[in-house]
Design a protein around this ligand. Structure first.
Ligand code: SF4
Length: 218
């Protein structure tokens, strides 16, 4: 893998920022809940919702599947689109209870792509959410891509704007070793760079990738 630009970028990011310790959750179930709640909202708002669920002792498939909708909406209101997200949470929990006796361990005990197809079949779970669940809760090797990944790798000149989720994911997975901890850290580092440096208005002067970047603003 000599001269592999994907590994070179990872190494630069890791050297600059170190380990990101993702996913910040106390259990695999909490990771799943966080992955469902985090779409289109900042992590701090998800944390508030998870804290509320914990305080009410609701962070279990059984408790979440049975909770009254209004109460659930109140507890996860900080995550925007809370009605949709509440429904997705409940659907997931009911599915888990019905098919796996509520056991994530049993759900996750299958091949990555079989698991991916199954989760994508659940109402409201998109590719990024499903891949986050597989990588960070099931701890299986799948690369998660998101809007930060697309923006950064476009600016670096490696991809074009019109690339779709699947093709972007494939690009990473065919250029990196199939390694869960590498994929875990790499996605977390991309999110850090996208949030803090390669923002809408990029802070290229502070970017560890500036010597590799086609769009660097001097
Ligand atoms: S050098 Fe600038 S445009 Fe390029 S990745 Fe870094 S912050 Fe983004």
């Amino acid at each position: 893998m000599e001269n592999n630009i994907f590994l070179a970028i990872f190494e630069k990011l890791f050297e600059a920022y170190g380990p990101q310790h993702w996913w910040p959750a106390g259990s695999d179930f909490e990771t799943v809940v966080g992955a469902i709640l985090t779409q289109s909202v900042s992590w701090s708002n998800v944390e508030k919702a998870i804290k509320n669920l914990k305080r009410e002792d609701l962070l279990s498939p059984r408790a979440l599947s049975e909770i009254d909708d209004e109460k659930l909406h109140g507890l996860i209101r900080s995550t925007r689109f809370y009605k949709q997200k509440g429904e997705r949470l409940k659907n997931f929990c009911r599915y888990l209870l019905k098919n796996y006796d509520g056991s994530l361990y049993r759900l996750f005990d299958k091949d990555v792509y079989e698991l991916r197809e199954e989760l994508l079949g659940l109402k409201g779970l998109g590719e990024e959410t499903v891949d986050s669940i597989i990588l960070y809760a099931a701890k299986k090797p799948i690369f998660v891509v998101d809007a930060y990944t697309k923006r950064i790798f476009c600016r670096l000149g490696i991809i074009t704007e019109d690339i779709d989720y699947k093709s972007l994911q494939k690009l990473f997975m065919s250029n990196l070793p199939l390694d869960t901890s590498l994929f875990n850290e790499y996605h977390a580092l991309i999110v850090k760079l996208g949030k803090e440096v390669c923002r809408t208005k990029p802070g290229c002067g502070f970017c560890p990738l500036s010597d590799l970047c086609k769009e660097v603003k001097k």
